[in-house]
Design a protein around this ligand. Structure first.
Ligand code: IMP
Length: 196
């Protein structure tokens, strides 16, 4: 029987919650290391779009590690706030609680609660060679935080077709329908095609 070795990739993120989610979704397919296994620095985000940031992180990590890298940049885009916090989602406050408080305050009185999580993954696998995978999860913003699972804006995001927040739904349901899982499904198909 032919023994297949798993493709090794380095995740260009230091966000432990994202690493846990990504491992749960593609850990069976690829051997995952993280940038933290190589260096102890934060990769800065200067881009004007999810793609620019994601590309910069993936290319930077590839130069550092010399291995295929997978980077993601994600954010919460709220209709009534003209897409805020968007690419600034992680910098909207000093911690999750502050970020959620600011979001709900800025939405005071807003009837339109529509929002979407978006993510762009860049898989950088050789010098100058990369692929892009995008994912989205549409939903609405709750009036107040609910639930204790997940991270970030999960306590206020209710995905379409549900009545409860990501933080109430828990990881099994979230990982089936989230923006990250939509994008990683495409990545999984790509890797399977490439290695078959
Ligand atoms: P970045 O991709 O590291 O720039 O961070 C994006 C920010 O968007 C995170 O720090 C969270 O605040 C938020 N975010 C991205 N994905 C999720 C998610 O799945 N749940 C909750 N918040 C998220």
């Amino acid at each position: 029987m032919r023994k297949t070795t798993k493709q090794e990739i380095v995740l260009a993120t230091r966000n432990k919650n994202k690493v846990v989610e990504i491992r749960a979704m593609i850990g069976d397919l690829v051997k995952i290391q993280t940038i933290a296994d190589f260096v102890k620095i934060d990769i800065p985000e200067f881009g004007r779009s999810l793609l620019e940031n994601s590309f910069a992180k993936a290319a930077f990590a590839f130069k550092l590690c010399g291995k295929p890298t997978l980077a993601d940049d994600s954010g919460l885009f709220v209709s009534s706030l003209d897409g805020e916090p968007g690419i600034y989602s992680s910098r909207y406050g000093r911690n999750d609680e502050e970020r959620i408080t600011r979001l709900l305050k800025n939405m005071t009185g807003a009837k339109n609660r529509k929002a979407a999580f978006r993510v762009v993954f860049v898989y950088y696998y050789a010098p100058g060679k990369y692929e892009v995978f995008e994912g989205e999860c549409v939903g609405r913003i709750a009036g107040a935080p609910r639930g204790s699972e997940g991270f970030g804006y999960d306590p206020v995001f209710i995905p379409r077709g549900h009545r409860t927040t990501f933080a109430e739904l828990g990881p099994a349901t979230k990982n089936r329908i989230s923006h990250r899982s939509n994008a990683l499904r495409k990545f999984r198909e790509y890797l399977t095609r490439k290695t078959s």
